[in-house]
Unconditional design. Structure first.
Length: 671
């Protein structure tokens, strides 16, 4: 390759741990590394193994295969690239795992990485077991023997931070046959023990710090871009033509493990293929875009130890699991893929943590408390519960969860946190609290919400109407069962019916006939916020829609004209004075632009559902190809970015792999 290819790749292990890097090998983010381990799944993610710096010696000539960015001056824009191993890189691919091939006329070296699934159940006592590890395979082909030199570069730091060399940070190493155990000591606090093993070769202790790695993506985002990495020593491995080397990095102390062999890598690949084929038995066809989408969707599924239940990582590399994001992603990740057990587990967990009628938006780590800072998570929970029940007819689960539905309804109608309550005059749901942002447009800068959206917001009240319809439908079904409290259910049915009728009539307050679109919000002083945002499309896309067909058709056409892009919907009309068309800049700029024009790819789902509802006979005015090309060839290969610039050419921004972005493609493209 003649140029630096900084497109990215991603591996995950079902615990929140991951490995990530670039095609050209150079690290461009602090989030790049080969073993970023979730020590308290899916949290406490810690960079342990950054990478192995490789050189190959053939016929007495040592050839550096790595590529690194280095700071070369005080100014972060002054950097150097050394070595330039990318110039020897012949090919890169991600199918089935990230694979690099370097070579010249008389030799070729292939490297592959695989991150085994980290969640398993003990055969003896059914306890859940965890493992955070990565396997690395090198295979040499050539006309004569070669020597491979490998130097591990390591750290022990929170994955959001950078490591700087200091006398307060030390690393110990315990050298054993074919392995070393490494552990940091930071201000007398022991770090995470982990081990590096190899199938053959000689290890030499040679401790040294490598200073001034430079991460250009962090600089571009206005973040700190410098890091120092530690190397405890290096490996020397003699390789005959066609010979392979296997290495493994894993958390934990010395363990009684079988020796590494070349076969273990292939066995691990087969085990992962088998696991995926069992998860997606009817959909997992080899080497197709559907297979790659399903594989991509599985990368977001993780396990939360504090809840002893599954969860969904909102996005890589920096997001944790979020309530709203999980619920919006669930139909694509779990229902469209027929992972009904996963869907049920997620819904059940959310229901268990409902407090004061609110579903948490952030779940706790061990001994922590959930964060209840969302008005819509509870309503999304009801909406997605309805979709799950429609897909599965799991009416026993309805009976189990219906008390949670009651709890949400009672809390919202009588009033709960953040002054969330039903306005008795029109039945609409409203809220008013300072310095918080409770909808999905939740960016806050210096304690002030950028899009506060206090009062009555359009998609929240559309969700409220749909929730009332679902509750009415479910109470009617439960009434038919003999072992239920029929008198109470009859009263609830009457209440839901009257409330839904009132809310549907009041939803007309959002209609703004001057432009033929839905107002974004009715503010606490009853002023209409008539900014053209995608929230009106979300409102039109729900299972129970409270708007008239003619209104829906006008609104979807205006959204098509003002908001639709090849990658999703803009968060604000470009003609609005507050529109920001470029996302990238300082952290504050990004937060201010986040919902002020930035394109969100997950919003293509609500657009499609709205179009199919109001124009069922018309072809969809959206070409999938740009988004699929992005999935296969751009940004993070095999995933979909969180957001894109509002202005053409709509450069991908934000998290490199976003759960609800992938989920909406699965929900509709594979339908």
């Amino acid at each position: 390759m003649d140029s630096l290819d900084t497109r990215e790749w991603l591996l995950t292990n079902g615990l929140g741990s991951f490995a990530s890097g670039t095609v050209c090998e150079a690290k461009t983010r602090k989030y790049h590394g080969w073993l970023i381990a979730a020590l308290d799944p899916p949290g406490k993610r810690t960079l342990l193994l950054s990478h192995l710096d490789a050189s190959l010696e053939v016929a007495g000539k040592v050839i550096a295969l790595g590529t690194n960015f280095w700071l070369s001056g005080e100014n972060q824009e002054d950097y150097a690239i050394n070595p330039e191993g990318y110039q020897l890189l012949r090919s890169f691919g991600i199918d089935p795992v990230p694979t690099w091939i370097w070579g010249q006329d008389n030799w070729q070296l292939t490297r592959r990485l695989v991150m085994p699934h980290g969640l398993s159940t003990s055969e003896t006592d059914s306890e859940t077991e965890f493992s955070n590890r990565i396997l690395i395979q090198y295979r040499y082909q050539g006309s004569q023997p070669a020597i491979l030199w490998l130097r591990p570069l390591i750290g022990d730091r929170n994955f959001h931070h950078q490591q700087l060399a200091s006398c307060e940070i030390q690393f110990s190493q315990l050298i054993a046959p074919q392995q070393i155990v490494l552990q940091s000591l930071h201000q007398n606090h022991p770090g995470t023990p982990w081990q590096l093993r190899w199938s053959k070769g000689q290890y030499y202790s040679d401790p040294i710090w490598y200073w001034n790695y430079y991460y250009p993506e962090e600089h571009r985002r206005g973040e700190g871009a410098k890091e120092d990495l530690y190397s405890p020593g290096y490996l020397q491995i003699g390789l005959q033509p066609q010979e392979s080397l296997i290495l493994e990095a894993r958390t934990g102390w010395l363990q009684n493990l079988p020796p590494l062999s070349p076969e273990i890598f292939s066995q691990t690949l087969r085990a992962e293929e088998k696991r995926l084929s069992q998860i997606f038995p009817s959909n997992y066809s080899h080497n197709s875009i559907s297979q790659r989408l399903l594989q991509s969707s599985d990368r977001f599924v993780a396990y939360r130890t504090s809840l002893d239940s599954p969860t969904i990582i909102a996005g890589y590399p920096w997001f944790d699991d979020w309530g709203r994001d999980t619920l919006i992603a669930l139909p694509g990740l779990a229902l469209a893929t027929k992972r009904y057990r996963l869907a049920k587990g997620l819904l059940k967990t959310f229901g268990c943590y409902c407090r004061d009628g609110i579903i948490p938006n952030t779940f706790p780590d061990a001994e922590g408390e959930p964060i209840y800072n969302s008005i819509d998570a509870s309503l999304w929970w009801i909406e997605i519960l309805g979709l799950y029940l429609e897909a599965t007819a799991d009416w026993a689960f309805l009976k189990e969860q219906y008390p949670v539905v009651r709890k949400i309804y009672k809390a919202f109608r009588s009033g709960t946190r953040y002054n969330i309550h039903v306005d008795a005059s029109d039945g609409l749901l409203t809220w008013d609290a300072p310095n918080v942002a409770l909808t999905w447009m939740d960016a806050i800068v210096n304690g002030e919400p950028i899009t506060p959206r206090r009062g009555k917001t359009v998609e929240i009240n559309a969700l409220w109407y749909s929730a009332l319809c679902w509750a009415n439908q479910w109470a009617t079904r439960l009434l038919r069962e003999r072992d239920t409290d029929s008198e109470r259910l009859e009263k609830e049915i009457s209440t839901y019916t009257q409330q839904a009728k009132k809310v549907k009539a009041s939803l007309q307050k959002f209609w703004y006939p001057q432009i033929g679109y839905l107002s974004d919000a009715i503010e606490p002083d009853d002023r209409l916020n008539t900014q053209i945002r995608p929230n009106g499309i979300i409102a039109l896309s729900l299972h129970h829609c409270g708007f008239y067909p003619e209104q829906g058709r006008k609104a979807i056409n205006l959204a098509r004209e003002r908001l639709l892009t090849p990658y999703g919907l803009r968060s604000l009309d470009p003609g609005d004075p507050e529109y920001v068309g470029s996302y990238l800049n300082s952290s504050e700029w990004r937060d201010r632009a986040y919902h002020q024009g930035t394109v969100w790819s997950w919003l293509i789902g609500p657009f499609i559902r709205s179009w199919e509802r109001f124009y069922p006979e018309q072809p969809l005015p959206f070409d999938w190809q740009p988004l699929l090309t992005h999935f296969e060839e751009q940004a993070c290969l095999g995933s979909v970015s969180e957001i894109f610039d509002g202005d053409p050419p709509h450069a991908p921004q934000g998290a490199i792999a976003q759960a609800w972005s992938v989920a909406e493609i699965l929900r509709h493209y594979l339908a």
